[in-house]
Design a protein around this ligand. Sequence first.
Ligand SMILES: [Cu+2]
Length: 212
Amino acid sequence: MEATGGDPGRRITPLRSNLKWSHHALDPDPERQRTSPDAEQQDQSRFDAGVQRFGRVALGAAGGLGVLAALAMSTIAMVDRHAGPTTTVVVRTPAAAVTAPAPAAAAAAPISLTVAGGNKKGPDGKMHDSYSKTDFAVTAGQPLTLNITNKDDAPHSITSPAAGVDIIVKPGTHTYTLTVAKSGRFFWYCKLPCDDWAMKHAGFMAGYITAT
Ligand SMILES: [Cu+2]
């Protein structure tokens, strides 16, 4: 009647091979993965001791209970291995985090763009005024630097009442700051009379500001 576990050796052997495998697979120290014959012998002794202690449980349990017992023994073997005088306890102190202020979020890289009159063909086949870039992504509350070269002889603007943005873009190259307090996707347009069609179409004298 082998199924009743009359022969302890027959029941324990498969558990042993399982344990040796999981034991090493779980070991976080790669140095230990290369087991010398000595270490192998120690492991075996340690394992055998564990089997002695849990033999009754392992033999008495059937099916899933046997697996649980195997896991328990594996855990105990790992604890044994790390116990003892050589155990190092690393205490992480939060001193650095407390004394050093968190680094400020990196400022967004400045964006350079141009604006010119009658320089971009529209779907109507006519040339229209346009900004070279009309979609802007910003972080809410953080300024985005815009280096804008206005090649036209009249000012244009980047205006979005909903976003609280109203930048007057003078002729020549100047630096402006685009800041949106709240997150959202906002339509903007050039509010200064220039190209009526372009002022209503994104990609020309209008576009979107996306603040996240
Ligand atoms: Cu304009």
